[in-house]
Write a protein that binds this ligand. Structure first.
Ligand SMILES: [Ca+2]
Length: 519
């Protein structure tokens, strides 16, 4: 599919110059030599859950006005998912088109297998300027890679100042124009990651104020959390941060439009993972991975004012889609496929299910989870689960403390489920989207459970998942737990030497600081 952009004489001249420069440098001539090149801006939120959007928060108006207005002219997917609902592994999937089990980045790992191409590396090789704003280390799997333009968290008001994001977006676009190259810009907000915006005690001194604040009384509590005072308080702070994300989004879009490049720029928006509350981020429930996802590309011949309610897309599709949009072909295998045809309203195979996984979180041991879901059902396998297990993550706030102290049966059972889980879970999403009622022992669902487990088994076979043998022994929990120790890859074995060296240097630095304090 070719774009229908009109090419001016000046553009033609510029492109000829670039092609000549590429040939002289021994780089493959870019395919956009004959047409206006496509720029790509990927805007990511940090921990923005899908449940905050209007269909789940009826009665809570005016949370994301800029996004709501923008998305109307583009394409929105109703079934978009992060394959791994944790910051760095989620972004590693976007950058490689591969699940963690395929790339080896099953957690906070950099890329060990240097034969795997990355999105940014490939774009550089094909004549693109690349830039990144915020979340830089989480968004750069290859430790040897050099972006053309970098502004990190500290230069962006702790990743929470939209005016600075807009300023640097404009600066990078100007730099690309001067270089006569098309660009790829990854704009990573640090909102609405914890710490949320608490008006009484704003944690980020250099962040901007959200344009609107929310109160504990008016928030909508998602069904997967018991409705308690602490939950409501944290949610109100979270909504403040969501609003600030939306403020930033509006300013970034304005900067792209002011730079005069919007027509030839594919803009996409997504969240790296679900919200930082128990049962969302760092798990495999529907609200762990489901994300707001929309795209706009005026000269890309794609749909406008269009909502795709049928097709599942996920982050393994991001790299193939961007290469498709930019007309770059490389000799590489991806776990995903380009969704650009869906943006044009075409049909595609393989869009009925999504597969999501968790392996290593930032701290602690592995808690592998594997899930398959479609619009009707979700099946989850948790080989780490056992009585007395103590699953924890950095997303609990003070909510789990409140559950523990409540003496309330419902809250205590929710806490037990969160910490220990069950080896297998199955939910009817049409009746129970928040996954509260595990149907594993319900006789009516046994045929469906077998069907979904088999599909997950097939996915594990295809991707040589180390968890596969554990699924076969699911009726013998002791065996599964012993296999976790023997068959599951150790964290450090998945890291490249350069990352191990960095970790070692950091440890030594900390040790030296401790020793200095003692003296
Ligand atoms: Ca995140």
């Amino acid at each position: 599919m070719t774009t229908t952009a009109v090419i001016s004489t000046e553009d033609n001249m510029r492109q000829k110059l670039i092609v000549t420069a590429c040939l002289a440098a021994g780089v493959a001539a870019p395919v956009w030599a004959e047409q206006a090149p496509t720029n790509v801006v990927l805007i990511t939120a940090d921990d923005l859950g899908y449940e905050v959007f209007s269909r789940f928060t009826d009665g809570l108006p005016d949370l994301t006005p800029n996004m709501d207005a923008y998305v109307k002219g583009g394409v929105e997917f109703m079934h978009a998912h992060s394959n791994t609902s944790i910051c760095m592994p989620s972004r590693s999937i976007m950058a490689t088109g591969l699940y963690g089990v395929s790339s080896g980045m099953m957690g906070f790992m950099n890329l060990k297998d240097s034969s795997i191409p990355t999105l940014m590396g490939t774009l550089t090789e094909h004549g693109y300027q690349t830039g990144v704003l915020g979340k830089v280390s989480h968004s750069t799997p290859d430790l040897g890679y050099q972006w053309n333009y970098v502004q990190d968290y500290g230069d962006l008001g702790s990743g929470r100042d939209g005016k600075l994001y807009a300023k640097y977006t404009a600066e990078f676009i100007e730099q690309s124009k001067k270089a006569g190259q098309p660009f790829y810009l990854m704009v990573n907000s640090h909102d609405p990651h914890r710490a949320f915006h608490d008006p009484e005690d704003p944690r980020w001194a250099d962040a901007t104020q959200p344009s609107k604040l929310f109160t504990a009384d008016e928030v909508v509590v998602p069904e997967y959390l018991p409705d308690t005072p602490q939950t409501r308080l944290e949610l109100s702070h979270y909504y403040n941060s969501v609003r600030r994300l939306d403020d930033s989004f509006g300013l970034i879009i304005q900067a792209i439009e002011d730079a005069g490049v919007a027509d030839d720029t594919l803009v996409m928006f997504l969240s790296d993972n679900g919200s930082a509350f128990p049962f969302a981020k760092a798990n495999t429930y529907m609200f762990s991975s489901r994300t707001k996802f929309f795209a706009k590309w005026p000269n890309g011949d794609i749909n406008t004012d269009y909502v795709d309610e049928d097709n599942f897309i996920s982050f393994v599709d991001i790299m193939p889609s961007i290469l498709d949009a930019t007309g770059i072909e490389i000799d590489a295998e991806f776990d995903g496929q380009s969704f650009i045809p869906l943006l044009r309203g075409e049909e595609q195979e393989g869009r009925d299910y999504v597969y999501t996984q968790i392996d290593y979180k930032i701290g602690g041991g592995a808690t592998p989870m594997r899930a398959i879901q479609d619009k009707e059902f979700i099946y989850i396998f948790n080989p780490w689960s056992e009585e007395g297990a103590n699953y924890r993550n950095a997303n609990e706030g003070k909510i789990t403390e409140e559950w523990a102290a409540s003496g309330d049966e419902v809250q205590l059972e929710r806490l037990r489920m969160f910490r220990e889980r069950e080896m297998e879970e199955f939910y009817d999403l049409s009746l129970d989207p928040s996954s509260l009622n595990n149907l594993m022992d319900n006789p009516e669902y046994q045929a469906k459970i077998t069907e979904y487990r088999q599909k997950l088994n097939d996915w594990m076979v295809e991707h040589k998942d180390p968890v596969l043998p554990m699924l076969a022994h699911r009726d013998n929990p002791e065996k599964v737990l012993s296999m976790m120790k023997t068959d599951y890859p150790k964290k450090f074995s998945l890291m490249p030497q350069e990352q191990l060296d960095k970790i070692k240097a950091k440890q030594e630095e900390r040790r030296a600081q401790r020793d200095a304090k003692k003296k």
